[in-house]
Design a protein around this ligand. Structure first.
Ligand SMILES: [Zn+2]
Ligand SMILES: [Zn+2]
Length: 449
């Protein structure tokens, strides 16, 4: 029987042999970016690779997700998901943006598909997989970036999805019910001298689709006949900014958004103004509290000019909870591959301010969401570029493969220990209940008040 060390060497050697191919797949996805719930081409790339690798899989989960199944050769045991996110952002002017849609991989998700396929390639070497118990679940998931809210609300009203985030929807569909442990790795550009960072947490959030309705009129001849929805929105944003001093320091509050429609024609009083807004905070309770404040501000805008406002509140993500046992395993492999001082452990209180639906999953299943270097430029901007593909694809593939070996070798002793010592923050039913309570449409007529 091979030692764990020998299994790791065999997996890493295979990943190394396929390094150029894995980087090539990531770069191909980079050149064909697709935002969430429209990753059809990207899903085809994954399907082709799964088929080539002989992985049994199901496709079309939450529209575009693909879930594979690779059984270990040494009997049953826990099921470990290796997750890769399929979706891009939309960033005008990104050097790799799609010409027609401005979709762009400005968050590095294209590397996640490469590293997921890489990790599984290493694990599927006959001398490795034969020694593992349980199952590996390579899982390509849609729609992590919470964007294009109006389009996704259309998908929701067409009955194609309920939740606007991919992992949320997959949780609802029960696709994580048979997953005992979940891991992924995300690129980052703010790592300094470190190559990997893990721990800390992320913000929870709620998303708002807001529509102010006024009354159109000739902006020159008869503005007094109109109700200016743009002025209502402007006033609401001023009110939101005026509340900044009530947000608590420890809640890492981020309130931000965009106006997706500001009126119809410059010559008319704007009667239809739409916004996509987001309220982020460090705990679900703070999200609820701050979301109420922001709703009040939108009403205030409508009241000020006598417009009406419709606020569609949409369940966003939960803060990330890293499983300590999993983190220890990932860390020891990262340190083994690189160097102790290349791996940063962040304290649980460290909140990077962003949000991920891996946070939702981490409430139900032991999970980790470490960061790898390899990127430069501010995240989500046109300057965000992966510049070191070995660090962004090959190294995380090796570390995830080695971590799965630690979990599933030796009759899956470590995986069983991780799974049995995990205490979920909520059941799937409680999770769905909590999120569905966030989903509401508030209507307010400032003209009637
Ligand atoms: Zn992102
Ligand atoms: Zn991301």
């Amino acid at each position: 029987m091979a030692t764990v060390q020998e299994l790791k060497q065999a997996a890493c050697a295979a990943i190394e042999r396929h390094a150029d191919e894995l980087i090539g797949i990531s770069k191909d996805i980079l050149e064909h970016p697709e935002p969430g719930y429209s990753e059809y081409r990207t899903a085809r790339v994954v399907a082709e690779q799964f088929a080539k690798m002989g992985i049994k899989f199901r496709a079309g989960l939450a529209l575009t997700g693909l879930k594979g199944e690779v059984k270990g050769g040494n009997g049953s045991g826990p099921r470990v998901a290796i997750i890769g996110e399929l979706d891009s952002l939309i960033v005008n002017g990104h050097p790799h943006a799609a010409e027609d849609t401005s979709a762009a991989h400005a968050c590095g998700h294209h590397c996640q598909i490469g590293m997921m396929l890489g990790a599984v390639t290493g694990l599927m070497q006959p001398e490795v997989i034969g020694e593992l118990s349980g199952e590996i679940v390579p899982f390509a998931v849609p729609a992590e970036e919470f964007i294009e809210v109006a389009r996704r609300l259309d998908l929701r009203s067409e009955g194609k999805i309920e939740f606007l985030g991919g992992k949320q929807e997959l949780i609802k569909l029960g696709e994580f019910d048979d997953v005992d442990i979940a891991m992924m790795c995300h690129t980052a550009s703010d790592m300094g001298a470190h190559r990997f960072a893990m721990g800390g947490t992320s913000n929870g959030h709620v998303v708002k689709y807001v529509r102010f309705t006024g009354r159109g009129a000739h902006a020159g001849a008869a503005p007094h006949m109109g109700i200016n929805a743009l002025n209502a929105a402007t006033f609401a944003l001023q009110a939101i900014n005026s509340n900044r001093e009530v947000y608590r320091e420890q809640d890492t509050v981020r309130i931000h958004g965009i106006m997706t429609k500001g009126g119809e024609a410059v010559s008319a009083v704007p009667a239809d103004v739409r916004l996509e807004w987001r309220v982020r905070s460090g705990s679900p309770e703070a999200v609820v509290r701050n979301s109420d404040i922001v709703d009040r501000c939108f009403r205030a805008g409508a009241l000020a000019v006598g417009a009406s406002v419709s606020i569609t509140n949409i369940p966003g993500y939960l803060p990330m909870r890293h499983d300590q046992n999993l983190m220890d395993i990932f860390r020891s492999n990262a340190v083994g591959l690189l160097d102790e001082n290349k791996v940063l452990i962040m304290p649980p209180s460290r909140n990077r301010g962003g949000s991920t639906d891996m946070g939702d999953l981490s409430h139900l299943v032991p999970s980790i969401h470490p960061y790898t270097g390899g990127a430069e430029g501010p995240g989500h901007s046109s300057e965000y570029l992966v510049t070191d593909y070995r660090q962004a694809v090959v190294n995380p593939a090796k570390i995830m493969a080695m971590s799965v070996i630690d979990l599933l070798a030796d009759n899956a002793k470590n995986a069983r220990q991780v799974a049995s010592s995990f205490r979920p923050a909520m059941s799937r039913a409680a999770y769905l209940n909590f999120q569905r309570q966030r989903a509401e449409v508030l209507e307010y007529d400032g003209g009637e008040a």
